[in-house]
Design a protein around this ligand. Structure first.
Ligand code: SAH
Length: 215
């Protein structure tokens, strides 16, 4: 796995900065993790363009600048236990694995989980656990989490996920109707309740209930 040439990588990081990804640790993680292996097939050559690209099961790997903005908004600390809902290609989980102690990532399509696990293994990312489950209910057996990131759009932040967030924890989630522009929001859990702030407009595939029909 050779990765892109240094010039391509430099331009990638420069572009991320221009899009508002300024956190040095996030930029370092995104420089380290090659997006190529997460984008299989004919689109792999375009891995370093700032575009969402199609992956298996009719899903998409998010745009790198959006991955950067979301990761930055999550304010991950090295000791954190993080839950990601919507593994997709595994790219976002790989970035998180460089910043957190432990990453749990859940996905409703078993095939995407299998493919992501193979990439994690090849990159020696040993602190990621990927599972095929309906993430709308979170992952009660590993809760509570310091950080939760949802990479599919929900109409509202799902109640079970709010319940699985630690006091002092942060959740980043796109909310709104699918097929329209959604708003990326950050939820902070305080002892007395939840505080919400809007980050930017985004567009994600919908958070669906139940497991995918693939094998
Ligand atoms: N984070 C991914 C991109 C995710 S695309 C990456 O870095 O590539 C959104 C993913 O959420 C899709 O793969 C979709 O299948 C998944 N998804 C949708 N609803 C879900 C649910 N209820 N539970 C788990 N995953 C879900």
């Amino acid at each position: 796995m050779s990765g892109p040439d240094p010039e391509t990588k430099m331009q990638f990081v420069f572009h991320l900065r221009s899009k508002g990804v300024t956190d040095a640790k996030v930029l370092a993680a995104m420089e380290e993790i090659d997006r190529g292996p997460f984008v299989r097939g004919i689109f792999a050559a375009r891995a370093y363009e700032d575009m969402p690209l199609p992956i298996a099961c009719g899903q998409t790997i998010s745009q790198p600048s959006v991955v950067g903005i979301m990761t930055q908004a999550l304010e991950v600390n090295p000791r954190d236990k993080v839950l990601e809902v919507g593994t997709g290609s595994g790219y976002q989980a790989a970035i998180l694995s460089k910043l957190a102690r432990r990453v749990y990532t859940v996905e409703r399509h078993a095939r995407l989980v299998r493919e992501a696990q193979m990439v994690f293994q090849s990159m020696h990312l040993a602190n990621i656990t990927a599972m095929t489950v309906d993430g709308s209910f979170g992952l009660p057996e590993q809760a509570p989490f310091d950080r939760i990131i949802v990479t599919a759009a929900a109409e509202d932040p799902p109640g079970p996920l709010l319940a699985q967030l630690k006091i002092g924890g942060i959740m980043v989630v796109p909310v709104g109707q699918s097929d329209t522009v959604q708003t990326l929001i950050r939820v902070r859990r305080h002892e007395t309740g939840f505080e919400y702030d809007e980050i930017r407009p985004v567009r994600f595939v919908p958070l669906l209930e139940g497991l995918g029909k693939d094998g």
